[in-house]
Design a protein around this ligand. Structure first.
Ligand code: G4P
Length: 531
C-alpha cells in the first residue's frame, strides 16, 4: 500500500453534467459554499461573467459571454478532498466536454424537474455509460412546478437505460412544495423557502417528523400526508432495491429531489454522494490496471487548452493524476515522446483561483505548461516505468465542413494550423480518399468549433479560409482490418474518407444510409467511437 493512502483515499473526483439552465452552476456554488471555498452565493455566477479573466484566451468567449473550455475546481468538505470537473453548459459544446468525463470517477447529473431528460444530458450520459462510472441524479427546482416524480424516473430509466433508486421522495412541488421524505432515515425534511437559505446559509432548522407523527397532517396537509403514505408504500414494495455495488458500476442511479437555489436538499445530497461514490479508481493500461494507491506517479492528458496567453502561443495540458503523488519539480517521463522532463508551472484551480501547486495526488487534476509536445491521451509516468494508459476514444463529430485556404500561397500555414488545432482535439480533420491537405473535411461535435477554427486560423496563423458546410450527420469508423473502402457498395450520398492516422471512415447524410451500407456489405463493421 502506498505511503499516500490517506491522501488518496479522501479524493473524490466527479464531473457535473446537465442541460443548460438546469442549475449546474447554482448547485456547484452551494457545494463550494459548504466547503468554505467561497464565502458568498453568487460568486460562481459572478464568475460566469468574470471568467474571462481566467480563460481570456479567445475573443469568441467574450463576444458570446460563454466559456468555451471546461474548468476544474477543488475544495475540502468533512475530511474529503473534492475535485469538481465542470462541463461547459452551453448548447455548442466540443469534444472537451466528453473528454472531461474520461477524467472523472463519477458523474452528477442535474435535471430540471419541469423538463426532465434533455438532449444535452442524453449525449453526455452516453459517455458515462461507456465507462461504467457511478451516476448520481439531482432533480432540481422542486420549488417550482414540476413534472410527476414517477414520470421523471420513468423517463430517466427509459431514455438513458439506467435503473433509478429515489433516495428521497418529494412532497408536492412549486408553491405546494412541502419538503422531502428521506427513505433511509424514514424522516421528513420540511421545506422552508427563505432568502437566507438562498443566500447560502446551510439548511439548519429543518423540521423532522416520520410517517407516524400525529402532527404530520398539520405539517404538510392531510392530502399530502395520504399521498406520501401511498407513495412510500409503493416505492418500498415495487421499486428497485438499493444496491451499492450496482450504484458503483453505473447500473443504478441514486436520485435526489431538491432545490439548489433555495439550498434545499443540497447538503444531504453531497453527504450521501460522498459516502456512496468511490475514491480514485484503477485505470487500464497496456501493462494491466494501474492502482491509484501505487507509490509511483502517473497521469494522462485529457485536455489541451491553447493560447491562454496570445503573445506566447502557449498551451496548457490538463492531466488527471492516476496514481501516486506529484511533486513540483519532479522528473517524469512523457511516454509518447519518450522524453524525461520536468513539468513546468504546475497549476491547480482552487475554487476560483489558479494556483501553482507543490504537490497533488491520484484523483487530482493539474494543468501544466505545454510547449507543444503533448497530445490528448498521452501518458506521463516515472522514468523507467514505461506504459501507456488506454487511449481516450475519439468522439463522433456531428457537423462537417469542407475547408480550404483562400490564398493558395498560405498552404504551409494552413496545414500547420489545422493540424495543430486538430492535435489539441478542438476539431477532427479528414481527407477524401486520395485527396491532398489543401482541402480538408473538418468534423466537429459542436458547431461553435467552426467559428473557433476560423478565428484561430486568422489570428494565430494568418490564414483566411473558405468553409462549405456539408450535409453529413453521421460518421462511422470502419473496423474491418485491411478492407478497401472503394470496394464497398454505398448510397451515392455516402462519402469515403480517411483520418490523420490513416483509418478509413464513412460519413453519411442520414441513419437510413448507415443501415443501407450494413445491409449491402456483408461483414462490414462500423464503430461510433474511433481509436
Ligand atoms: P446551469 O449552470 O445549469 O446553466 O444553470 P444555473 O445554475 O445558471 O441556473 C439556471 C437558472 O435556474 C438560474 O436563473 C438559477 O437561479 C435558476 N435555478 C437554479 N436552481 C434553481 C432552483 O432550485 N429553483 C429555482 N426556482 N430556480 C433555480 P436565472 O434567472 O437564469 O439566473 P439568475 O439571473 O437568477 O442568476
Amino acid at each position: 500500500m502506498s505511503k499516500y493512502v490517506n491522501e488518496i483515499e479522501k479524493r473524490r473526483t466527479f464531473a457535473i453534467i446537465s442541460h443548460p439552465d438546469a442549475g449546474k452552476t447554482t448547485l456547484t456554488e452551494k457545494f463550494l459554499l459548504y466547503g468554505g471555498a467561497i464565502a458568498m452565493a453568487g460568486a460562481v455566477k459572478g464568475k460566469k461573467a468574470a471568467r474571462h479573466a481566467v480563460s481570456d484566451w479567445m475573443e469568441i468567449e467574450k463576444q458570446r459571454g460563454i466559456s468555451v473550455t471546461s474548468s476544474v475546481m477543488q475544495f475540502h468538505y468533512e475530511g474529503y478532498c473534492i475535485n469538481i470537473l465542470d462541463t461547459p453548459g452551453h448548447q455548442d459544446f466540443s469534444e472537451d466536454t466528453y473528454r472531461t468525463l474520461m477524467a472523472a470517477d463519477s458523474a452528477v447529473m442535474v435535471i430540471d424537474a419541469a423538463k426532465g431528460v434533455e438532449p444535452q444530458t442524453r449525449k453526455l450520459f452516453k459517455v458515462c455509460l461507456l465507462r461504467d462510472i457511478p451516476i448520481f441524479t439531482f432533480i432540481n427546482k422542486m420549488d417550482r412546478e414540476a413534472r410527476n416524480p414517477y414520470d421523471l424516473l420513468d423517463e430517466i430509466e427509459y431514455e438513458l437505460g439506467i435503473k433509478t433508486y429515489p433516495m428521497n421522495w418529494p412532497i408536492g412541488c412549486g408553491k405546494e412544495f412541502k419538503g422531502v421524505y428521506d427513505r433511509n432515515k424514514k424522516e421528513i425534511i420540511a421545506f422552508r423557502a427563505n432568502d437566507e437559505m438562498a443566500n447560502g446559509q446551510r439548511q439548519v432548522a429543518a423540521i423532522e417528523a416520520d410517517l407516524s407523527d400525529p402532527n404530520l397532517a398539520e405539517l404538510i396537509g392531510e392530502e399530502h400526508r395520504q399521498t406520501l403514505v401511498d407513495d412510500v408504500e409503493l416505492l418500498d414494495g415495487a421499486g428497485y432495491e438499493f444496491d451499492l455495488e450496482a450504484v458503483r458500476h453505473g447500473r443504478l442511479s441514486p436520485v435526489f429531489f431538491g432545490s439548489a437555489l433555495t439550498n434545499f436538499g443540497v447538503e444531504p445530497f453531497l453527504e450521501d454522494f460522498l459516502h456512496m461514490t468511490t475514491p480514485p479508481l484503477p485505470r487500464k493500461s497496456d501493462s494491466g490496471e494501474i492502482d491509484p494507491f501505487g507509490d509511483d506517479f502517473s497521469a494522462f492528458v485529457f485536455k489541451i487548452q491553447a493560447n491562454m496567453n496570445k503573445a506566447h502561443r502557449d498551451r496548457v495540458a490538463f492531466m488527471r493524476i492516476c496514481s501516486g503523488r506529484f511533486e513540483k519539480g519532479m522528473e517524469v517521463l512523457h511516454v509518447q515522446g519518450d522524453k524525461r522532463m520536468k513539468l513546468s508551472q504546475p497549476q491547480q484551480l482552487m475554487a476560483q483561483e489558479r494556483e501553482i501547486v507543490d504537490e497533488a495526488y491520484a484523483g487530482d487534476i493539474i494543468g501544466v505548461f505545454d510547449p507543444g509536445i503533448f497530445s490528448i491521451g498521452d501518458t506521463i509516468s516515472m522514468p523507467g516505468k514505461k506504459f501507456r494508459f488506454e487511449g481516450i476514444p475519439t468522439f463522433a463529430p456531428e457537423h462537417f465542413a469542407l475547408v480550404r485556404q483562400v490564398d493558395t500561397m498560405k498552404r504551409k500555414q494552413f496545414i500547420k494550423g489545422t493540424s495543430q488545432i486538430a492535435q489539441e482535439g478542438a476539431i477532427q480533420i479528414f481527407q477524401e480518399l486520395g485527396g491532398g491537405m489543401e482541402e480538408v473535411i473538418v468534423g466537429v461535435v459542436g458547431v461553435l468549433q467552426f467559428e473557433v477554427l476560423e478565428y484561430r486560423l486568422k489570428n494565430e496563423y494568418n490564414v483566411d479560409i473558405h468553409m462549405d458546410m456539408l450535409p453529413y450527420e453521421h460518421i462511422r469508423w470502419i473496423e474491418n482490418e485491411g478492407l478497401d473502402p472503394k470496394t464497398l457498395n454505398l448510397t451515392s450520398d455516402t462519402k469515403r474518407i480517411q483520418d490523420l492516422k490513416g483509418n478509413y471512415l464513412l460519413i453519411f447524410a442520414n441513419s437510413w444510409s448507415i443501415n443501407w451500407a450494413l445491409e449491402h456489405n456483408e461483414g462490414l463493421q462500423l464503430a461510433e467511437f474511433g481509436r
